[in-house]
Design a protein around this ligand. Structure first.
Ligand code: ADP
Ligand code: ZN
Ligand code: ZN
Length: 811
């Protein structure tokens, strides 16, 4: 049975005598049963205060029970103390969280922690407040607590303080709670407490009032009869005591009002709906005709106007009094998108992501819970936004790998969770992309009513797709151009300055994971057993560099010369933004460039600041990494230069081609979105690589067809399913031995193939050695993994084992 999908209007709740709760206490897992006092109408999703050991802790009501669990005697069961916060979760939510916990093999509490604002449970303080004086004789401890509370100025103490002061505090408290003499409540940490601000409301302008008083009331009246006190004080140059006097006269009321903390976003102008193109209108119609759960893949080329379709699909949902959820890869990268939503829907837009402060997150969370119709925009974890009545879910750039959480558990994919959530809410799910993931492509072409495919094959106003020119960097070298800029790109950069246009330079940079290739012939070292390139490893300064396969653990030395042509220019590959900035300065001193990567965008709001600088034409070029590919709309950009596509083409992952294609098409798609046509210069040492050809032709379907054929042959997703085990610990030998034992155990089943054990790309991270084992199921059977507890017992106490279902990052 699902976990308490009843809840909201459960009339029988009053008859239930027991409740199962999740306890927020480190080291505890699973559910605990408590008795319900007859007068406590607990509902599923309430936050409760319960005794646990010698403590009193926060807990979440998960399921109400009619009968007492047989394994527990009545006197073994303790009672719930109090409801701390009622209705903290929408009803259908529990089914969702439970599904996530089951599918990803994690505890429900771990899932709850992703879903809740951080620290809400763990950092909240249990407090005791005086309510009534004693009517009946009390035990010594109870009386002591009561006296203590009564003597306090606020008639209220933290439970910790009471415990320190009173012997036998726990029993005493039980007694007081039972008699309703005190209440126990959970106070969120200071950063999460509601923020209050004094407001002034006009009541009357009548009465014998001095000229000065009359003036103040006139000002208040002109401002609509209601103002923040600070504003009124400033406007009238008056003081708080004056306002208090007016309050005593019955002319106005001063009262604190809760204000919602939200990220201070700049004002945006209002914007009406655009008149749709025929393609957009057809797409919108298909969304609006969907009844119940329907997954719609909106496949629109870059600049085809997908966002406008989202906006117009959301508008009627809000009018019906329901809410919409929009997920984007990285909120910092898309201030433009949130601005567009705010221009259309104003205050109904709320933004929820990890860069918010705890207070902002908590307030946004409660605002979402209020049930008023709104559009929540957020990153991965916003899929758990507690919107009670969802009418639509949208995943923009659905192919983006940031929707998958690699660690810590639960290693969920927001797209998978979105599918479950949309099913539970019986609402449509739009997956938008110019380069859909193969998973979504395959699903949307199934012959079932719940999956649909819609395409926007052309850019808005028939603007042309950018022209893509592939430059063979081997030829540049032969022609004695040693610069990181090809001659073609150099000419284009000179031209940029003359025509006062703007450009982007894209660099692919991926930490330590690099492949080895020949600068002369483009040859790339590959694994003899697997269809992936070998990775370059340099574990520490004095060690010999080695090449390694991450699928089968084949290891070899790096040859000094190219095995194909004998060239000595045979090295690992990598070129960062910094180096490109230096080269620009040296070769093009006239051009100004803004660096846009994880180093320069660390501060809050810096994405927005840099993009604004660029839009204001304070620079000719934007130089950056992956971030440039994610949905940025800069209509004035006409030139896109890809410094080198090679780092992308040769990642040691079966998704390497798919990712390379997606990234290159997305980055090319930044060119020519405005009135001027765009041009892309794509530099590579492997111009014959199939991905390069596919990108140049900008044809998604033939590329995908070929790629899917391979996946099917090798039983990789979306046909087969993968489950990854990560094994790690501080001792290299212990970790390797544990990984070997686990692999032997896993090999006893014939339901899947076992690949590995093999060390992770970066073997040691934060003093931990990491190994992995990959299971390959011929179909979607990933739930059939051996019991995790059994596998963990094979690892011993110093080695940990985690599981990643449907892993996206195999390195
Ligand atoms: P996508 O998300 O598909 O890459 P966008 O939604 O960003 O594309 O649209 C590209 C540009 O076209 C934006 O500047 C947008 O304002 C504009 N646009 C979208 N739809 C229309 C329309 N129906 N009429 C005119 N301009 C439009
Ligand atoms: Zn060579
Ligand atoms: Zn291999």
């Amino acid at each position: 049975a699902g976990l308490g999908t009843d809840g909201a209007i459960d009339r029988s709740a009053m008859d239930r005598q027991w409740v199962e709760v999740l306890v927020d206490c480190s080291g505890t897992q699973g559910l605990y049963t408590y008795a319900l006092p007859p007068d406590l109408a607990v509902r599923v999703g309430d936050i409760l205060s319960v005794p646990f050991g010698t403590q009193q802790v926060g807990a979440i009501a998960v399921r109400l029970l009619d009968t007492r669990p047989t394994e527990l005697a009545a006197d073994q069961i303790r009672s719930v103390d109090a409801i701390v916060s009622a209705g903290f979760f929408p009803a259908s939510y529990w089914a969702l969280l439970n599904q996530v916990a089951q599918y990803y093999h994690t505890s429900l509490m771990q899932v709850v922690k992703v879903a809740l604002p951080p620290g809400l449970l763990a950092r909240s303080q249990r407090r005791i407040r005086f309510l009534n004086d004693e009517k009946t004789p009390l035990t010594a401890a109870a009386r002591h607590i009561l006296e203590l509370l009564k003597a306090s100025k606020t008639k209220d103490y933290s439970w910790q303080f009471v415990q320190r002061q009173v012997q036998g505090a726990h029993r005493g408290l039980q007694e007081l709670l039972k008699q309703n003499l005190v209440e126990s409540y959970l106070e969120p940490p200071a950063t999460m407490r509601p923020k209050l601000r004094q407001a002034v409301t006009l009541i009357s302008t009548e009465g014998q009032l001095s000229e000065r008083y009359r003036e103040i009331l006139e000002v208040l009246k002109r401002q609509g009869g209601e103002m923040w006190m600070t504003d009124l004080l400033q406007l009238c140059r008056t003081t708080t005591p004056t306002l208090r006097k007016l309050e005593q006269q019955g002319c106005l009321i001063l009262q604190p009002r809760e204000i919602l903390r939200a990220e201070g976003l700049p004002e945006v102008g209002e914007e009406g709906a655009k008149s749709l193109t025929a393609d957009q209108a057809a797409a919108l119609q298909q969304v609006q005709q969907a009844t119940g759960f329907t997954q719609i893949l909106l496949h629109g080329v870059t600049g085809s106007g997908k966002t406008e379709v989202y906006l117009q699909a959301i508008a009627p949902i809000l009018q019906q009094g329901r809410s919409a959820l929009v997920l984007v890869p990285e909120i910092g990268l898309t201030p433009q998108l949130t601005d567009r939503f705010r221009a259309r829907f104003g205050d109904q837009v709320c933004v929820y992501h990890s860069a918010l402060s705890d207070g902002e997150r908590f307030d946004t969370w409660r605002q979402m819970l209020s049930g008023s119709p709104q559009v929540a925009i957020g990153t991965r974890s916003a899929i758990f936004a507690p919107l009670p009545s969802l009418g639509l879910i949208i995943l923009d750039e659905e192919h983006d790998s940031s929707f998958k959480q690699d660690q810590p558990a639960p290693c969920y994919h927001a797209r998978t969770v979105a599918q479950w959530r949309a099913t539970l809410e019986a609402c449509p799910l739009i997956l938008g992309s110019a380069t859909p993931s193969l998973e979504s492509w395959v699903t949307s072409h199934q012959e079932v009513a719940q999956s649909q495919y819609v395409s926007l094959p052309k850019r808005i106003l028939n603007r042309p797709m950018p022209k893509i020119e592939v430059v063979d960097m081997r030829q540049e070298l032969r022609d004695r151009n040693g610069s990181i800029f090809s001659r073609s790109l150099q000419t284009a950069l000179h031209h940029l300055k003359e025509t006062e246009q703007q450009g982007l330079l894209f660099i692919h940079r991926r930490g330590h994971s690099t492949f080895v290739s020949c600068r002369s012939c483009g040859y790339v070292m590959e694994c003899p057993n697997c269809d992936v390139s070998l990775s370059f490893h340099h574990t520490h300064e004095n060690a010999k560099p080695r090449l390694r396969c991450h699928y089968c653990n084949h290891v070899q030395n790096q040859p000094p010369h190219c095995p194909s042509c004998g060239s000595p220019y045979f090295k690992q590959f990598g070129s960062g933004t910094q180096r490109v900035m230096q080269e620009l300065e040296r070769q093009f001193p006239d051009l100004t460039a803004i660096r846009f990567d994880s180093d320069t965008t660390r501060a809050k709001g810096s994405h927005r600041a840099l993009l604004t600088q660029f839009s204001d034409r304070k620079a000719d070029l934007l130089v950056g990494t992956q971030m440039l590919t994610k949905g940025i709309d800069l209509p004035q950009v006409t030139l896109v230069g890809v410094i080198s596509a090679d780092g992308l083409l040769n990642l040691a992952d079966f998704r390497a081609s798919e990712r390379a294609f997606q990234t290159l098409v997305q980055v090319a798609g930044r060119a020519g979105r405005g009135e001027e046509p765009g041009r892309v210069i794509l530099q590579t040492y492997s111009p014959d690589h199939p991905v390069i050809g596919a990108v140049q032709r900008q044809q998604y379907e033939p590329f995908v067809a070929a790629e899917l054929k391979q996946r099917q042959e090798l039983q990789y997703p979306p046909y087969g399913q993968l489950v990854l085990f990560r094994i790690s610990g501080g001792n290299a030998v212990a970790v390797q031995k544990a990984a070997e034992r686990v692999a032997v155990e896993l090999s006893k089943s014939t339901q899947y193939a076992v690949l590995g054990p093999a060390p992770a790309t970066i073997l040691r991270v934060a003093q931990r050695y990491r190994w992995q084992i990959l299971l390959k199921f011929p179909s979607h059977d990933g739930s059939k993994v051996p019991n995790l507890a059994d596998l963990r017992s094979l690892c011993g106490s110093t080695v940990s084992l985690t599981i990643d279902v449907d892993p996206m990052n195999l390195m």
